[in-house]
Write a protein that binds this ligand. Structure first.
Ligand SMILES: [Zn+2]
Length: 79
C-alpha cells in the first residue's frame, strides 16, 4: 500500500447532501474518507489501496467497505 497523504496532492470537498451509506457512489474522482482513521482512499482504486484501520480496502477498480456508516464521501480535485 502506498503511504501517501492524499491531501498533499488533492483538495477534497464533501458531497452534499451526503449519499446514503447503503448506496455509496463510485467514480474516478470520488474518494472515501474513513472516519475511524481519517485516511482517504479512491472509490475505484486501480492500485492496491487500504486505509490504516482496515475499514476500506481494495484494488482493480473495486473497493470493499467494511462499515459504510464510517465513511465520508468526498470529491477530489488535483491542486
Ligand atoms: Zn480506516
Amino acid at each position: 500500500m502506498l503511504n501517501i497523504d492524499m491531501r498533499k496532492i488533492y483538495n477534497f470537498y464533501p458531497i452534499e447532501p451526503a449519499p446514503d451509506s447503503a448506496a455509496l457512489p463510485t467514480a474516478g474522482d470520488i474518494y472515501y474518507e474513513c472516519l475511524d482513521c481519517t485516511v482517504i482512499v479512491n472509490s475505484m482504486p486501480h492500485i492496491k489501496s487500504a486505509c490504516a484501520c482496515g475499514n476500506l480496502s481494495g484494488s482493480g477498480g473495486k473497493l470493499e467497505v467494511m462499515d459504510p456508516t464510517r465513511v465520508r464521501v468526498v470529491k477530489g480535485k488535483l491542486k
